[in-house]
Design a protein around this ligand. Structure first.
Ligand SMILES: Cc1cc2nc3c(=O)[nH]c(=O)nc-3n(C[C@H](O)[C@H](O)[C@H](O)COP(=O)(O)OP(=O)(O)OC[C@H]3O[C@@H](n4cnc5c(N)ncnc54)[C@H](O)[C@@H]3O)c2cc1C
Length: 385
């Protein structure tokens, strides 16, 4: 179906990204996967291209553009090339929305130059070893010093995308205990400098997929954080998280859509070239039917995603609709990637084939950005259940 989310500026950006990936990423990608991270030069290169400043207001030196269509272009181009660009989307689509909404002008002027150039990479730390879906269960504590100049942070976070390489981590801390009547109160956002004494990366985690995106387990022991690095008001973080999760889920759905669309491309190419019983695999009716069914699912997802992008642009995408989109997108991606892998036969199970990596990479989209079970609870609540 004809799409209306892209204009000529997005298509020009697509060409730039395609060339950048072919030149700067694809040749070194197997090495990055083995290392479990991308080199800093990738982020600096993306900074130079202007990727990290698309959404930053002009007053802070950014382009001040509406970024979701650009983000979708990056997802489409990286999936098409069978690569992951490290933790770029965490930086721009998880962390930046909080800074734009809740940081002060002084903080934005201080942080945005490094943010946009890629010299200051960021991560978002909510999840802890003891709590994930239940955000109100966060226990990492931040105690205000007696002279009121800084917080002292103690605790641990886990599964943090980009956490191993980040220079600053937007960390959800508990500044006052949860009470029986208000479990959600008392949470505060601190933008912690990872060179601070007492901060350490306890482990770079070994994952099923997404090998070129680092994921860290983090430790905080008496880390001193200046009060000037608090983002927003004390005790208000739960409400902030609820607002920004809409954009996080839109971004997650865009990634899942791009994975599903890329999987069909890989399967089309493979089944046309592979022969069995004297004919291309693509000529069997099963192959045609499988790919036709996948194509219909991806088209439906694309229509939903594009509609949600438009609604987000006008501020009308609500939490329940973002949950519906995230649920549908990631379930479609799971099914489509699996069916396309099947059409590759044994080669589909080999990591040298992009479909195998896609299979492992897409699995987590049903778990993070709020698990799909949590999406169902949000949707059910909106239905009065
Ligand atoms: C690769 C990766 C990257 C990640 N990146 C980040 C990051 O950058 N920052 C960050 O803060 N976190 C990150 N996470 C954490 C992720 O958001 C959590 O894993 C996710 O929210 C689920 O939390 P959990 O793992 O503690 O599972 P749990 O909350 O323990 O859930 C376990 C199971 O129980 C189900 N469940 C839980 N509650 C309910 C309920 N009320 N009703 C029905 N079922 C329920 C869940 O759906 C799941 O199936 C990442 C995770 C992964 C794997």
């Amino acid at each position: 179906m004809r799409r209306d989310v892209y204009g000529p500026e997005h298509e020009a950006f697509r060409q730039t990204m395609r060339e950048f990936i072919a030149r700067e990423v694809t040749p070194s990608y197997p090495e990055w996967e083995r290392a479990g991270r991308v080199p800093r030069s990738l982020y600096l290169g993306m900074g130079e291209l202007g990727v990290f400043g698309i959404d930053v207001p002009e007053v802070y030196g950014g382009a001040g553009e509406f970024s979701p269509p650009y983000a979708l272009v990056i997802e489409e181009e990286s999936c098409r090339a069978g690569v992951i660009l490290g933790a770029w989307s965490t930086h721009t689509h998880l962390v930046l929305p909080y800074l734009k909404a809740f940081a002060t002008p002084e903080q934005m002027h201080r942080w945005m130059p490094g943010f946009m150039s890629g010299e200051m990479m960021t991560a978002l730390a909510m999840t802890e070893p003891g709590t994930g879906s239940d955000v109100a269960g966060i226990r990492t504590s931040a105690r205000l010093s007696e002279d009121g100049t800084h917080y002292v942070v103690n605790g641990a976070k886990t599964f943090i995308t980009g956490g191993v390489q980040a220079d600053r981590i937007l960390t959800v801390c508990r500044t006052s205990p949860a009470t029986e009547g208000d479990r959600r109160g008392g949470l505060t956002l601190l933008f912690i400098d990872t060179t601070s004494e007492g901060f350490s990366v306890s482990r770079a985690l070994d994952k099923l997929g997404q090998h070129a995106s680092d994921t860290g387990e983090l430790s905080f022991v008496d880390v001193k954080v200046p009060v000037g690095d608090r983002v927003g008001e004390e005790g208000k973080a739960f409400g902030y998280l609820a607002i920004n999760l809409v954009q996080e889920r839109l971004g997650c759905a865009a990634g899942a859509y791009a994975q599903a669309a890329a999987a069909i491309g890989f399967a089309l190419e493979y089944t046309r070239s592979r022969q069995a019983f004297g004919q291309p695999i693509a000529s069997f009716q099963n192959t045609k039917f499988e790919l036709a069914a996948c194509s219909a699912e991806v088209e439906a997802l694309q229509a939903m995603l594009d509609r949600a992008t438009r609604l987000f642009e006008t501020g009308e995408l609500d939490a329940a609709d973002a949950a519906r989109l995230k649920l549908f997108a990631t379930e479609v991606a799971g099914r489509v990637v699996d069916r396309c892998l099947q059409l590759h036969g044994g080669y589909g199970y080999m990591n040298e084939y992009p479909i195998a990596r896609l299979y492992a990479d897409t699995r987590v989209t049903r778990i993070y950005a709020g698990s799909n079970e949590i999406m169902k609870t949000i949707i059910a609540k909106s239905m009065g259940l």
